[in-house]
Design a protein around this ligand. Sequence first.
Ligand SMILES: [Zn+2]
Ligand SMILES: [Zn+2]
Length: 347
Amino acid sequence: MTTLRCAACGTTAPAHFLACPRCRALFHAEELSALSQEADSLEARGDVLGALDRLRAMEPLLPATSTQTTQLRARLAALEPRAAGQKAAPSKVPRWLAGLGAAGVAVWKFAAPLLALLSKTKLLFVGLLKLPTLLSFFVSAALWSDGLSGLGLAVLVLLSIYVHEVGHTWAFRKYGIAVSAPMFVPGLGAFVRGASYPKSPAAAGDVALSGPWWGGVAGLVVLAAGLGTREAWLCGAAVLVAEVNLFNLLPVWQLDGARATKCLSPTQVLVVGGVGLLAGALAGSPMALLSGAGLVVRRWVAPPEGPGDRRTFVFLLALVLGLSALRFGAHLALGASPAGTGTLAGG
Ligand SMILES: [Zn+2]
Ligand SMILES: [Zn+2]
């Protein structure tokens, strides 16, 4: 086994030690100060994502309980909100288009946002091309299609869960955090794993809630398709998509609701919980009722300690209301469709 020798006092320690057990000198001091200096100069040049990347690389080199770690986390938290606002430099008009004069510039003004949208859509396919994601997706679909009516329904709901995970991926990347491809856990759902988690409440709430937000938009698309084609099973799928995303707002385990709750004040948790109970009762949504009840309980059982992030609060409130409305609308459409509710076994 390799050992480390402290440059300050000569004490030896196992290779996984981060600080000298005797004098507390840091074993990776040189690497740490190099990373810190790089972060400083990148930040000075306005490259917030680059600076965040260097600072995050410092975290595993510092003892978890050291004051340096506390300072590092505070610095990350201060820098993260600026990463979200950092826009890519406006793309220059390509030379061959600029040669066409005003017309060329006008064409580029129209095309540039489309290209940006395309690169965002490209994100939707990152995981679908990865073998483990694909395999776990089909195992989930095969297991699930047994209990519910039809493979189409299972595949559609799983696709919406996939979009939910891409929402998290998009948010992680916004803060410069590397993230794994989505993986499906048969019977449970799916997950993505970030290399680290944001330290500031605003960014942490953003990453947690971007999943249900993208998932809700996917549900809206499914409902629109159901209304357009008058297919009852599509409206039934939209009901399920809304419920799945409302379930994710439960403030327990590693669910999105738990991560978001940590960013709120106790009063904010109580307000969202109350709104969830009301919206769930009005929309007839079991999962909105469950999440609402869970949040009300969290107000008193292990409540968050922070002052509460306003943006996360508004985001969560909008999700509870929006997903409940989607659930309500989809159920209404299901009842009104010619085939009636018969298509969806068990409702
Ligand atoms: Zn020492
Ligand atoms: Zn999620």
